[in-house]
Design a protein around this ligand. Structure first.
Ligand SMILES: *Cc1c(COP(=O)(O)O)cnc(C)c1O
Length: 464
């Protein structure tokens, strides 16, 4: 322990001219707090450490700088996963960002009907568009799709049974597990079929007076192949109608338009489920739809009305900023032909591989010079994935840079870690993925090459 007398007092450090500059930048109370913490740390250290005032002020500055740095900030997503949940999923179009900025900065017509001069309903900003694009009678929105599922189950199946196939008891990343959500919603899971097969008769036998709803959940992030069978949505819808129970479909990502028109793999659309006879359909706002985080519920008017009356709806509702952004994104869907140019998610997914490869050729020299002698950098073909549980088994051909450490094989793992840490430590962190002995930068989602290159000079690869 450093003796108390060897260290200056808090007041003495605060009186130092170097600290005055910190007080004007960070405020008195934060600076005083940092001085106390630094002195306490030093006191707990061996005698030999810092007691010079200049050194102490330096430590205080570092501490304050670190605390002032926001922990949430932009990154370059070069992971190859377009809708990356850990990186915030969809990048929003400029019109949505502008609508959100405007909504955030002042009062808006959130629940105000200007024609009547009376209180309005916040759902109206998006419900009409959702009805138009899905063919549903009515629509409502909540915080995310997990909330949508929770709210629907709680509304239709409180103390009742939720009939669902064993092959659809999905777990999505971030601890969304269908059985847990069902339990928290107050429903009782009634599993039918086996892991790989479910038949119409399984549902027939399970549906009874205790049934609240029949649930069909999209197998978002896995596939069951081999000896399998399931009941088509249309057939299940007919059975449910005959037995007088609602069919609810959780699409997960879902889509508002068929992606095959852009030669992408087909993802089920909300309109298809509605046309097949689903009573309610839930899907995400920030997956393939390309908007802000939201949960969309469309379907039969009487059921939507019950959902909206559920007191939980108030706890799960959207704020004005998200609603403004979502409405702006939905308006773009009026002109589907131009969506790839206007909606970043679709632009990224449809980006021609030749275009990505050209970017890789352009960026190879600056990246190679940034890593210096530590690694070789080459242009490679790679595969991107959509992410967020859309099309888990299909990939999109892409291109990128493979950064391979110059080191003998047995040390390669540690070297790759060092390389990826150096990219993460850049002012705008660059996130790639480690694959086949390389740190791989998939360039599909790189939209600002100048910004990417401008910071490469700051790269320092830590010494071994
Ligand atoms: C993604 C997903 C959810 C959760 O949606 P969030 O928008 O992340 O809350 C629920 N169900 C399925 C099938 C999903 O794919």
């Amino acid at each position: 322990m450093t003796s108390r007398s060897a260290l200056p007092s808090v007041d003495r450090v605060l009186r130092d001219p170097g600290t005055g500059d910190l007080v004007s930048r960070f405020g008195r109370s934060a600076t005083t707090g940092a001085v106390r913490e630094v002195l306490a740390d030093l006191r707990a250290m061996p005698v030999s450490t810092e007691v010079e005032i200049a050194g102490i002020v330096g430590r205080v500055r570092t501490r304050l700088d670190q605390a002032a740095r926001p922990s949430i900030g932009p990154v370059f997503n070069l992971t190859g996963t377009v809708l990356h949940t850990n990186l915030g999923r969809a990048s929003l179009p400029a019109v949505a960002v502008e609508a959100m900025r405007e909504a955030a900065s002042g009062p808006v017509t959130l629940e105000m009907d200007l024609d009547r001069g009376a209180r309005g309903d916040r759902d109206t900003h998006v419900a009409g568009l959702l009805q138009q694009f899905t063919g549903a009678e009515a629509a409502t929105v909540v915080n995310n799709n997990a909330a949508a599922v929770l709210l629907v189950l709680n509304t239709l199946a409180l103390r009742r049974e939720v009939v669902v196939a064993r092959s659809e008891l999905v777990e999505i990343g971030g601890s969304f597990r269908m059985p847990d959500i069902c339990a928290r919603a107050g429903g009782r899971l009634r599993e039918v079929g086996t892991t790989n097969r479910v038949h119409r008769r399984d549902y027939e036998e399970a549906i009874g007076p205790k049934t609240g709803l029949v649930l069909k959940a999209h197998r978002s992030n896995f596939a069951i192949v081999g000896f399998t069978s399931e009941v088509a949505e249309r057939d299940l819808a007919r059975l449910c109608r005959d037995r007088g129970v609602p069919l609810v479909v959780d699409l997960g990502s879902g889509a508002l338009v068929g992606l095959e028109r852009w030669s992408l793999p087909h993802e089920p659309t909300a309109a298809e489920s509605i046309a097949a006879g689903a009573c309610l359909v839930t899907f995400s706002g920030d997956k393939l739809l390309g908007g802000p985080q939201a949960g969309l519920i469309v379907g039969r008017a009487d059921l939507i009305e019950r959902v909206r009356r559920n007191p939980l709806k108030r706890a799960l509702r959207l704020d004005k900023v998200t609603l403004a952004g979502l409405a702006a994104v939905l308006r773009l869907y009026r002109d589907p032909d131009r969506l790839p140019d206007r909606l970043p998610t679709l632009g990224q997914l449809t980006r021609p591989v030749a275009d990505i490869r050209a970017a890789a050729e352009r960026l190879q020299p600056p990246v190679a010079s940034a890593v210096g002698g530590a690694a070789t950098v080459s242009v490679v073909a790679c595969e991107s994935q959509i992410g967020s549980g859309a099309q888990p088994t299909s990939t999109l051909p892409s291109a990128g840079l493979a950064v391979v450490p110059v080191v003998e094989k047995r040390r390669a793992g540690a070297e790759l870690e060092r390389l990826s840490a150096a990219f993460r430590a850049l002012p705008i962190p660059v996130l790639g993925r480690i694959q086949d002995g390389a740190f791989l930068l998939d360039l599909r989602c790189l939209d600002d090459e100048d910004r990417f290159v401008a910071q490469l000079g700051e790269m320092t690869i830590r010494e071994r």
